[in-house]
Design a protein around this ligand. Structure first.
Ligand code: C2E
Ligand code: CA
Ligand code: CA
Length: 875
């Protein structure tokens, strides 16, 4: 059979092959049974010439012969002279499986063309995947057209004369025309919906249906939309009812096609749908992309006699294929492009900076707008480049903060390795501006870890750092140091001179500590007047120097307001890991050492020793019990009396007593003042205890005065903490009034150390007290800071020379000279002199002739209970 006679040059097949070739970027040529090309080459002469080189006529012949040898095959792969050329032969066979014609499709696989500029410029490029689907598509059209045409020829030969046949022929010709029109749509570049509208119109009109529509199923298959529709006049549109509608409303949304004619038995699921729209027949064809059904092509009719012919079914299935092909093409081409565009838009507009960095070439391959703005500064930009380069594609989770120096911005930087479009391994980094957040965080952290008053780090920070330092010390094998410190005289200054002075002292002390610690150690205010210093293990060699420097500084006075005050410090020292490896334990041990230091006196440094943790509990017990005892009214604090013996007369006679407190504790038994007075001073409890002693002593003395000893005087010790109380004058006055004691019979003893403080202020307080008519004694003279020269300045009536001089008197020239000088001086300025702590006759004898007025000591009596004293010296 002559192919040309089957397909006359009427534009039918030839135009189809031309259109198909262009639309699918391939070259399809038809050959008749004797291997002769039937139509013109579907492309330019350049293209034809070039392709002939790759696929010469001999190869075409070989392919044709291959079909003869393999009667079952319908598609055979051919040979070409270039690796990027694909050749397929598709046979058109008659019902006896004889080859009637062969279509050779040639395609250039674009992805395999490398540097061949001529090929790229001259030929249409496709890819293997599209090429294969084009082969598939062409094959089905060939089958269809060929059988149509053969049928057509048969019909025209045999039934040409009959009207019926004429109508049928016309219909077949029309069908081919319509299909050719529809196939042209393959080339359309316009909007998918518009293209489909056109196709539905062509197909709908041709099939003479009521409605043709395309349904899209949502990806979760729950919802459906009619995305385009063509309807015949007088028939209601379905699309308004199916916009985001529930998928179950359309019965045909399954994976199989349905062809329902008016006389078919209607599947029950379709009943409602058909009735609602008065549908009598329908064709519903699923369209799949990538193996997944995502659309349905539907034709429905309302003609009560509508029956679908085999041609109708074939035709509609071809329309389905065309739509499917268009769709696949869009998905692989346009939608990729549009999804890139969407992605680009998202990247451009997101608030975070995004950059793709090539560590190999040390350059940015992509930067979104936000990133460009973030790193508009050249310096910052080159730094970030360096950082990413140094990371070299290795990212740790821990440090994600990136600081851009010039713009002073902090970013949260996270990077990951990706493969770039050109196949290279690159780094994609995102930058979130967290500057504000960071600033806020830093501020909070700083506030939380800084002591408000002194600006030193606080206890919380101390605990954090300490844990770190311990770890560091354990790791390094060196010894770290913890100093735990407490000011000795803070309470007196704070309560006496006022909190503003106290605060000032704390600030001064903090500053001093900070300067001494320098860069090697770190200083903390733990609370109140407690401080801590951490010396990291790596600087252990400066430990002794550091401690000495602190001690030295605190043994010097502080300039507070316009005057100098002394405020020393005790230091408890702990070494780690030697003394422990846990923060709690070490802190407790340093505190214990501090308390032991405090017990020893002022300005003491005590290293932790494992031996006596009882000291700590003892101290805690004392503190607790003392608070209780004071709350219960100070009854546990007993006043003892040690006689003062006048030695200026021929016979030594008692002239009064010094009141000395003892604590008969309910819980702890008998406690001596040396142990509890410093604690009482520290806790401020000395104020109520001292007042209690004062009142008791005044009452007793008044009693002695009333019962035969009108000249007996009582001496009462006043701690500096008491002295600095604002109401000290009131307190003394009240005690005098309450007891009715004559003021000249009350002597208040203050220690020499008060001279270290603000002298004018001290003098004023002392003068105010003296104005009440009471006498003042300077206690423990010779031990403290004051000098003989200063003695003149003090409004004192009595000097009590410290026991340490009494101990050495008669043995040591210095002590003799001291006592003699003091008493001479006292005599000239009209002060009385008491020597304390005289235990031996020898001492008493040595004092004879030294103008001593009184002696107090075990030589005469120890401090006695009230009853003992009164029995011996009063009754
Ligand atoms: P102080 O004011 O120097 O009191 C004299 C201390 O020397 C008393 O110790 C006394 O018992 C002791 N003493 C007297 N003669 C001798 C002696 O010959 N040999 C020896 N070895 N010691 C002698 P005490 O009673 O233990 O008091 C110790 C310190 O406690 C007092 O020293 C005083 O500073 C303080 N104190 C006692 N009672 C009070 C009080 O009511 N208020 C205040 N603020 N402090 C008090
Ligand atoms: Ca005393
Ligand atoms: Ca004394």
């Amino acid at each position: 059979m002559d192919l040309a006679s089957v397909y006359p040059k009427d534009g039918g097949l030839e135009s189809f092959l031309q259109t198909f070739s262009r639309a699918n970027h391939v070259y399809v040529r038809a050959y008749d049974a004797s291997s002769r090309p039937v139509f013109a080459f579907p492309g330019s002469s350049d293209e034809e010439a070039l392709l002939k080189k790759y696929v010469p006529a001999e190869n075409v012949k070989l392919l044709m012969n291959a079909f003869a040898k393999n009667p079952v095959e319908e598609v055979i792969e051919g040979e070409a002279f270039a690796p990027f050329v694909e050749v397929r032969a598709i046979a058109a066979k008659n019902s006896n499986h004889l080859v009637q014609a062969v279509f050779i499709m040639t395609g250039i696989a674009g992805e395999h063309v490398q540097d061949d500029e001529q090929v790229k410029k001259t030929l249409r490029l496709t890819n293997i995947e599209s090429f294969d689907s084009s082969v598939e598509l062409l094959k089905s059209f060939i089958d269809y057209y060929f059988s149509q045409r053969l049928e057509n020829i048969n019909l025209s030969n045999t039934l040409n004369e009959t009207i019926q046949a004429g109508g049928r022929l016309e219909e077949l010709l029309k069908r081919n025309e319509v299909m050719t029109d529809i196939l042209k749509m393959l080339e359309e570049e316009g909007d998918f919906i518009n293209v489909c509208d056109e196709i539905l119109k062509e197909a709908g009109e041709f099939l003479d249906v009521s409605d043709a529509f395309l349904v899209r199923l949502s990806s979760d298959r729950q919802y459906c939309d009619i995305i385009c529709e063509w309807k015949n006049e007088g028939f209601p549109a379905l699309s308004p009812d199916y916009i985001g509608a529930k998928a179950e409303l359309l019965p045909f949304l399954t994976d199989r096609p349905y062809t329902i004619s008016s006389d078919s038995s209607l599947p029950p699921a379709f009943k409602a749908f058909f009735e609602k729209y008065e549908i009598t027949a329908g064709m519903f064809l699923p369209i799949s992309i990538n193996g997944e059904v995502s659309m349905y092509l539907s034709f429905v009719a309302s003609d009560p006699k509508r029956q679908w012919s085999i041609e109708d079914i074939r035709f509609s299935d071809d329309v389905r294929r065309v739509i499917s092909t268009i769709l696949v093409k869009r998905v692989t081409k346009n939608s990729l492009a549009s999804s890139y565009a969407a992605l680009d838009c998202i990247l451009e507009n997101t608030g975070c900076g995004i950059a793709v960095f090539d560590p190999g070439r040390k350059k940015f391959l992509y930067e979104n707008g936000t990133f460009q703005k973030m790193f508009s500064d050249e310096g910052d930009r080159s730094n970030v480049c360096d950082t990413l380069f140094k990371q070299n594609g290795i990212f740790g989770d821990d440090e994600r903060n990136y600081y851009a120096v010039n713009s002073a911005k902090t970013y949260d930087l996270s990077s990951s390795n990706i493969r770039w479009v050109d196949g290279s391994d690159v780094v994609m980094s995102t930058f979130y501006d967290i500057t504000r957040l960071k600033e806020y965080q830093n501020k909070i952290e700083e506030q939380a870890s800084t002591d408000f008053l002194t600006g030193l780090s606080n206890r919380m920070r101390f605990e954090m750092d300490f844990t770190q330092e311990i770890r560091e010390a354990v790791r390094s094998g060196e010894e770290g140091t913890l100093l735990y410190m407490d000011l000795d005289d803070f309470r007196g200054i704070n309560e006496g001179l006022g909190h503003h002075v106290g605060d000032f002292l704390l600030k001064e002390a903090s500053e001093a500590l900070r300067v001494i610690c320098g860069k090697k150690a770190h200083c903390y205010r733990i609370g109140g007047d407690e401080f801590a210093v951490l010396l990291p293990a790596k600087h252990h060699e400066v430990r002794e120097r550091l401690i000495e420097a602190i001690s030295n500084r605190f043994s010097k006075p502080w300039q507070l307001e316009t005057n100098e005050y002394y405020c020393t410090i005790c230091i408890g020292v702990c070494l780690f890991p030697k003394d422990g490896t846990k923060t709690d334990q070490l802190t407790q041990r340093a505190d214990l050492s501090l308390r032991m230091a405090k017990q020893k006196g002022k300005n003491v440094v005590e290293y932790y020793s494992h031996s006596d943790p009882k000291v700590l509990t003892r101290r805690l017990d004392l503190e607790r019990s003392m608070r209780g005892a004071v709350e219960r009214g100070c009854k546990e604090f007993l006043v003892y009396y040690q006689p003062l013996i006048n030695v200026s007369k021929n016979e030594p006679v008692c002239c009064g007593a010094e009141a000395l407190v003892r604590w008969q504790s309910e819980e702890l038994g008998f406690v001596y003042p040396d142990e509890f007075i410093p604690i009482a001073e520290n806790l401020g409890l000395i104020v109520p205890i001292g007042e209690h002693v004062l009142i008791e002593a005044c009452k007793r003395c008044r009693y002695w005065n009333d019962f035969g000893h009108p000249d007996y005087k009582v001496s009462v010790n006043l701690s500096i903490v008491q002295l600095l109380q604002k109401n000290i004058v009131e307190t003394v006055k009240n005690a005098l009034n309450f007891s009715g004691l004559s003021p000249e019979n009350l002597t208040l003893e203050v220690t020499e150390s008060l001279a270290a403080n603000d002298m004018p202020k001290m003098k004023k307080i002392l003068n105010d007290i003296k104005a009440l008519g009471v006498r003042l004694a300077l206690d423990d003279f010779g031990t403290g800071y004051s000098s003989l020269a200063r003695l003149r300045d003090m409004p004192m009536d009595l000097i009590k020379i410290d026991k340490s001089f009494a101990d050495d008197v008669g043995k040591d020239n210095f002590s003799d000279a001291f006592v003699k000088t003091v008493s001479d001086l006292a005599d000239t300025i009209n002060m009385d002199v008491v020597v304390e702590g005289v235990e031996k006759d020898s001492q008493e004898k040595a004092l004879v002739g030294m103008k001593i007025d009184m002696i107090q000591g075990y030589l005469f009596d120890k401090p006695l209970t009230r009853e003992q004293f009164e029995e011996k010296y009063v009754d």
